[in-house]
Design a protein around this ligand. Structure first.
Ligand code: SF4
Ligand code: SF4
Length: 465
């Protein structure tokens, strides 16, 4: 049996996890990786699933294409975002309460009118959420090296990167990237205060020299040991056919089911790292927590930031959710990528043209000026959304994401048109204006017509291929 820097081999480790170590065991679990001879994690790590091959037109860059003035970046208080207390503070109590009255009235009306994508069966789809318990410290139900009486797993950063990538992709992640936390730069992307319940202020996130993490939420703080230096940032794809039906309950499901999956996946990753002998500090929310997901995805080289502040990836455009955890397992930091997105956004502006709330800034150039608004980050040059307008609209109509649906990067990833378009944007920006016009000509608003037809489609698992 192959040993690997430790008396705990990967095969033994797999057995410990109950995944077996035989060809039949792992291969049976992995029919989708198309290899019948995978016997253990060493062999799994040698497969393409353990690394992400980028198209040749994706260039790595010294700095992200979105400009960041690190000395100006303050650790952000999650309490200020629209999904926490930000919307109420921005609108005032009366307007805030009205948003939710409108949402209930709209939902009832649209069910009774059988509005496509907003009928009772569509509401049932959107509300079919089921969450696994999720926490900062994780489920802690897997064995530890101490309980197994073996040394912890050891590998080089590169080997560890492949191990984590294989594990994450096996369990549903699309991209996996790594960021090293450095004081004054990437550490600033960790929230100063984590998410709380509802609109409540969340606990302070202290980064200290402690040996162990602490979750003292009741006392108002959590501790991230400084030795937990690596962020694992990962994405989960959203189904095109859901996402292309915005302002419907069907369309909104495209986000929620990925958050459902995240709640399961995070706990699995935390248990995996626990048995390896490492900490894994997770998000205590099913949605966003712990740090700025977009910022970490950009720094890891998963994608570029775009006009609406989300991440666009070379493979799946804007069609993914981004999540993160922090660990002390050494990992190879990624580098930002440049495949022309920021430049294309300067010309395109399609999301701004179609935003029903007029919340997207149509200016050609991004700006450092955040207007001094409490719900905006500092030290980043970007196109600022009118966040209260956007968020109130989303809540009123029970889900929007029109900007996702119309974006020229929201095409089926395996369309031949897509390959030509993305390669051109990455290598020949002089054609960007042409590509916006081509997108209008071939795809119009990009929205897939009658939302009811979604139910008659013969969809692949997860809704994408
Ligand atoms: S989610 Fe809707 S309202 Fe918000 S920015 Fe996108 S298109 Fe506009
Ligand atoms: S629609 Fe155009 S401007 Fe908006 S995010 Fe997509 S590429 Fe950028």
């Amino acid at each position: 049996m192959t040993k690997y820097h430790s008396t705990l081999s990967r095969r033994e480790f797999l057995k410990t996890l109950g995944l077996g170590g035989t060809g039949a065991g792992l291969s049976a679990l992995l029919p989708h990786i198309g290899n019948s001879s995978v016997r253990d994690l060493d062999e799994l790590m040698a497969l393409p699933i353990a690394s992400i091959q980028r198209p040749s037109w994706v260039k790595t860059a010294e700095k992200p294409t979105v400009e960041i003035d690190w000395p100006q970046v303050q650790r952000f208080d999650y309490h200020n975002v629209m999904w926490a207390s930000g919307l109420r503070r921005a609108l005032g109590n009366e307007q805030y309460d009205k948003v939710f009255i409108d949402a209930r009235v709209n939902r009832r009306l649209w069910i009774s009118e059988n509005r496509p994508g907003s009928r009772l069966q569509d509401v049932a789809l959107k509300e079919a959420n089921h969450w696994a318990p999720i926490s900062f410290l994780g489920p802690q139900t897997s064995p530890t090296p101490e309980s197994l009486q073996v040394p912890r797993y050891e590998g080089t950063a590169e080997e560890n990167g492949r191990l984590i990538t294989a594990f994450m992709r096996l369990h549903g992640a699309s991209h996996v990237g790594f960021v090293e936390l450095e004081a004054g730069t990437t550490e600033q992307l960790i929230y100063a205060y984590d998410t709380g319940i509802g609109e409540a202020q969340g606990p302070r996130l202290d980064i200290t020299d402690s040996d162990f993490p602490l979750d003292k939420t009741a006392e108002g703080f959590r501790v991230i040991p400084r030795k937990a230096r690596w962020v694992i940032v990962y994405t989960m794809r959203m189904a095109d056919e859901l996402m292309k039906r915005p302002i419907t309950e069907v369309g909104d499901r495209s986000h929620y089911y990925m958050y459902n999956l995240k709640s399961l996946l995070q706990g699995q990753l935390q248990n995996f790292l626990r048995t390896l002998g490492y900490m894994c500090l997770g998000e205590a929310s099913n949605f966003n927590a712990l740090g700025v997901h977009t910022g970490f995805a950009v720094m890891a080289g998963i994608g570029e930031m775009c006009r609406i502040g989300h991440v666009i990836t070379p493979e799946y455009g804007i069609q993914q959710r981004v999540q993160m955890v922090i660990t002390d397992l050494p990992l190879p930091p990624g580098r930002p990528v440049d495949f022309g997105v920021m430049n294309f956004c300067r010309t395109c502006k399609k999301c701004a043209d179609y935003c029903p709330a007029r919340a997207i800034n149509p200016a050609t150039e991004p700006t450092w000026d955040n207007g001094g608004l409490f719900y905006r980050a500092t030290g980043i040059k970007r196109w600022w959304l009118n966040e209260p307008l956007c968020n109130a609209y989303i809540r009123r109509v029970n889900g929007c994401a029109t900007c996702f649906a119309v974006c020229p990067f929201s095409k089926r990833h395996n369309m031949s048109y897509n390959e030509v378009f993305r390669r051109s944007v990455a290598t020949n920006p002089v054609l960007n204006r042409f590509w916006r016009r081509a997108d209008d000509f071939f795809f119009g608003d990009g929205i897939h017509g009658d939302a009811n037809k979604f139910w008659d489609m013969d969809l692949p698992p997860w809704g994408y291929d």
